[in-house]
Design a protein around this ligand. Structure first.
Ligand code: SAH
Length: 242
């Protein structure tokens, strides 16, 4: 299960934080690290802070966008230092860990962390299923990046050890990956643009709202296929009427 937990660091400025994050991960038994467009690639400064966790740095993958980093993940959590930035499903770190435990038995689950200075953008936050806030001092709630990684990885480890003692929760349904959901959103956007429901040059916030709707209701693979089938049938019908 812990092998299915991915840590994603977005656009990190200081490679020393990447090293410390690798160490935090390894102490908790988590090893899959993906770096989205880091400002500095990890070298000796990161290794110094990684200590015995340089193997995690060595096999870390570097990608250009958050979408790429999570494309094969079925469940994603965005760690945010702000307690409620958008109207989006929230979890505590403990609730997040319980969900990680449940779905990590089936597929890859990602915990996503933002930039040291500015965190995650709204667009990045909206790519994730849940926002997770570590309930820190409300007057000073921003943890160092690696410490936030440590805190969430610790919760996952505790949930995992508890389950090993008693039992693992039953796996859930078969959910699409983030990449499959993106494919659906592109299809939906194309269909409702072509039908005239949204105006090409003034799309407004409809797609954001639809993303929120589908994130909240979370269709399984079968349901997503039905939705895509409906879109395709409308498109086919439109074409034959034109
Ligand atoms: N000033 C930034 C803080 C960034 S700290 C902001 O306002 O968002 C770097 C990253 O560490 C954050 O993007 C988040 O992923 C994580 N982090 C820091 N404090 C956190 C907290 N209290 N809860 C959850 N994540 C936190």
């Amino acid at each position: 299960m812990l092998d299915n937990v991915r840590i994603v660091l977005v656009n990190t400025s200081d490679q020393r934080n990447i090293g410390s994050a690798a160490r935090a991960m390894k102490t908790m038994g988590i090893s899959d690290l993906v770096l989205v467009n880091p400002k500095e690639l990890p070298d000796s400064k990161a290794s110094a802070l990684a200590a015995g966790a340089t193997d995690i740095l060595a096999k870390a993958r570097v990608v250009a966008t958050l979408s790429e980093a999570i494309a094969d993940c079925q469940l994603t959590f965005a760690a945010s230092a702000r307690s409620r930035t958008l109207d989006w499903p929230m979890t505590t770190p403990r609730e997040a860990a319980a969900k990680v435990l449940q779905e990590g038995q089936q597929g890859t689950v990602a915990l996503v962390f933002g930039r040291e200075a500015t965190g995650l953008t709204n667009e990045e936050l909206q790519l994730c299923h849940y926002h997770t806030h570590i309930p820190a001092n409300p007057e000073y709630s921003s943890l160092n990046l690696a410490m936030a990684v440590q805190t969430l990885c610790y919760e996952v480890r505790v949930a995992y050890l508890d389950a090993k003692q008693s039992h693992f929760p039953e796996a859930l349904g078969d959910y699409p990956t983030a990449g499959e959901m993106e494919g659906f959103y592109m299809h939906l956007q194309r269909a409702i643009t072509n039908s005239g429901f949204i105006v090409r040059n003034h799309p407004g916030k409809v797609m954001n709202k639809l993303r929120r709707l589908y994130t909240r209701t979370r269709p399984d693979k079968n349901e997503l296929n039905i939705l895509r089938g409906i879109l395709t049938s409308f498109e086919r019908n439109n074409k034959s009427n034109n």
